[in-house]
Design a protein around this ligand. Sequence first.
Ligand SMILES: Nc1ncnc2c1ncn2[C@@H]1O[C@H](COP(=O)(O)OP(=O)(O)OP(=O)(O)O)[C@@H](O)[C@H]1O
Ligand SMILES: [Mg+2]
Length: 324
Amino acid sequence: MTDTILEVDGLSVDIATPRGTLHAVRDISFSVRRGETLCLVGESGCGKSMTSLAIMDLLPKAAKRNARRLAFAGQDLSKASKRQINALRGNRMAMIFQEPMTALNPAYTIGNQLIEAYRQHKNASEAEARERAIFLLSKVGIASAAERLGQYPHQLSGGLRQRVMIAMALMCGPELLIADEPTTALDVTIQAQILRLLADLQRELGIAMLLITHDLGIVARIADRVAVMYAGQIVEEGPTASLFQSPKHPYTQGLIDCIPVPGRTVPGGRLGVIPGVVPSLVGDIRGCSFRDRCSRTQPICSQAPPVYETPDGQRWRCILEDAA
Ligand SMILES: Nc1ncnc2c1ncn2[C@@H]1O[C@H](COP(=O)(O)OP(=O)(O)OP(=O)(O)O)[C@@H](O)[C@H]1O
Ligand SMILES: [Mg+2]
């Protein structure tokens, strides 16, 4: 059995817009190993959500996915049928969204929603499914779990709804969990609790996790590896400690700002603010996409940047071979 649960090679997402084709994700490649947490970070609009939706085959209609290879547990998703995808999604790979109400149906009780998906995927009895739902609701910190089963989503607070969604994602025992900014709709103290809960569950259950978050403190604490996206590309990727201690790409350096040390960055710490704006994603971007905002731009940056790699797997796309 392979050690890699998710393999993304040459993934692109193109969106048809009235202004032309918007290249939201531009030929990105990365992988997630079993049991590890990969954090995907980057400014708003750089293609993080499109990346996760492309993997789950949940892109909006206007968006088109292309990949040399997109494999889950060795199975190529780009060649899989709708039926095969449906059998995987919500079962062996699950997603947690930013806004729980996009995943929870207001018309059904929490219990119904937790139990139905499990019964469908696992061919389990109602009693078994109910027992698992109660077990997982308690596991995500919901008191009187059995009573909660009869409640509707609107009867719960935002924090509780997010916990229910985590329980729902875990129902079928997924091998991969994709969480796209799972806490930004919540207030700051609850955000930290939920992210800590996710990290604990991930470790305890040995699930691989692709986590999209703006919280660098959380990234420093829970990520095994980090991938940094800019304008639809991954501009740097590497083991968390290396990336925080010696970010190579000027964009990563800008995000990390004061270069926090894992474990010392405060929870809720935000990405650094870099002056300037992300270039338009409509049409091609020639040369380095960050060069208009970079303090170290040189004439050569108008050419496609090379990719450098250290022996421990830190990789970046920049003409600068050495960090500042
Ligand atoms: N339905 C759509 N139609 C047209 N363009 C879209 C659509 N959805 C997203 N985009 C564009 O695709 C690009 C990538 O969007 P995406 O949602 O992946 O960004 P993101 O990194 O998740 O940002 P955020 O941090 O704000 O969630 C953006 O330029 C966005 O404007
Ligand atoms: Mg997003």
